[in-house]
Design a protein. Structure first.
Length: 405
């Protein structure tokens, strides 16, 4: 006998006998089981409190709030099955019960008649389930539409403009394109672009992606409304989310409530953990070399003294002094950020040099100011900031702000 699930996930409707492997008690009467669900024939909604009965043997029961019922101990053979409800009236149909089997059915009631139709069991993927249950048309572009746009020579921004009615393509900063959800239009103000997720990774500069990404790499595109994006991605989805799935990358993004909020890079898409120790050590070595070299060069013109507001005296003209100051900042900054990016690079992503450089420059400047301010406490704090604080901040910036390679 074929084993069938009692309550399938998608009940399209029912009169299908499913063989349930039940124990056969010795010398027991040949009986079977009647089970199923009662729904409204027009709306498909479950009908609770319907009396379902087999009058010939006095077996009866009520449907629960989801419309389900089970009748046990039904003699094998033809039986009259009666459905009785105050709003839907009384309906009778004959069914055939087999011994030691379970007859699973879905009854569609109306005020006029009852329909019994074959049960269809269908397994749906998460994406297909969303398409069926969302209640509205999904804003998505499938592979066939992408190929059609590719044959026409369109760019990604042109494809989004033509195929996503829920989005509005507007000019962004520096002349780049900006995609704005129509549910979050900003009127005549600046464009408030949607968050772009490429194979599970948030893109920091989507305008560049719209202009340069080849269409032959794209498998599917979906635009989430502001409401759905906020529910799935939290604050990152406050303006809507554009999901782009490539042909090589992951085909779906888990829509569960446990999903981590995206901040920089969702590291769950990486194949190995971030190398904290390696990045910190590389940045420390490069920063130390940069600071040591810059101080040796600066000593040709600058000297630390207790005189002056910052304890710093120059022996060169303004242009040379300014150049030495720039060199003192740029050498440790460039060395630390490039070393961190090299050490933290993975097969999928790498750190953003600009963000890391800004963070490193601020820390180096703070360390220098403490070092030359004078006083034992300030000098000690400056050494700690330059030797530990700078590579630590560079490492954190490299981890938090990343680009796809």
């Amino acid at each position: 006998m074929t084993l069938c699930p009692r309550w399938p996930s998608s009940l399209a409707v029912v009169l299908l006998t499913c063989g349930i492997a039940l124990p056969r008690p010795a010398a027991a009467q040949s009986v079977g089981t009647l089970s199923g669900r009662v729904v409204d024939s027009r709306t498909g909604q479950p009908i609770p409190d319907v009396e379902v009965a087999v009058p010939s043997i006095g077996v009866r029961g009520l449907t629960d709030r989801d419309g389900f019922f089970v009748l046990l101990g039904i003699p094998a053979g033809g039986q009259d099955l009666v459905f009785d409800h105050l709003a839907y009236g009384r309906h009778t149909r004959q069914v055939s019960v087999e011994a030691d089997d379970e007859l699973v059915l879905e009854a569609r009631l109306s005020q006029r008649a009852i329909e019994l139709v074959p049960l269809v069991v269908e397994a749906l993927s998460d994406l297909e389930r969303r398409r069926v249950t969302s209640g509205f048309a999904m804003n998505e572009v499938l592979r066939e539409e992408v190929e059609s746009a590719q044959r026409k020579g369109q760019t990604l921004s042109e494809l989004l403009r033509d195929r996503l009615p829920g989005a509005l393509l507007r000019p962004g900063q520096a002349g780049s394109a900006c995609l704005e959800s129509r549910g979050f239009r900003s009127g005549g103000g600046s464009c408030r672009g949607v968050t772009v997720i490429l194979d599970g990774v948030q893109i920091a500069a989507p305008g560049f992606l719209y202009a340069t990404m080849p269409l032959d790499q794209i498998e599917r595109i979906e635009l989430l409304s502001v409401g759905e994006a906020g529910a799935r991605y939290g604050s990152a989805g406050g303006r809507g989310v554009l999901i782009i799935e490539t042909r090589q990358g992951p085909r779906s993004v888990a829509p569960t409530s446990e999903r981590k909020k995206i901040s920089g890079l969702d590291w769950s898409a990486e194949t190995e953990p971030y190398k904290w120790g390696r990045v910190f050590a590389s940045s420390w070595v490069a920063t130390t070399i940069g600071i040591g070299t810059s101080l040796l060069v600066a000593r040709q013109c600058l000297s630390v003294t207790r005189a002056g507001s910052l304890g710093l005296r120059t022996q060169c003209n303004g242009g040379v002094t300014a150049g030495l100051g720039f060199l003192s900042l740029s050498l440790p900054t460039a060395g630390g950020t490039f070393a961190a990016q090299w050490a933290g690079r993975t097969d999928r992503s790498e750190g953003q040099l600009t963000v890391s450089a800004v963070a490193t420059t601020l820390m180096v400047t703070s360390g220098y100011l403490l070092l030359i301010h004078g006083g034992d406490v300030s000098e000690t704090a400056g050494v700690i900031v330059l030797s530990i604080g700078v590579p630590a901040v560079t490492t954190l910036a490299d981890r938090a702000f990343r680009f796809l390679r």
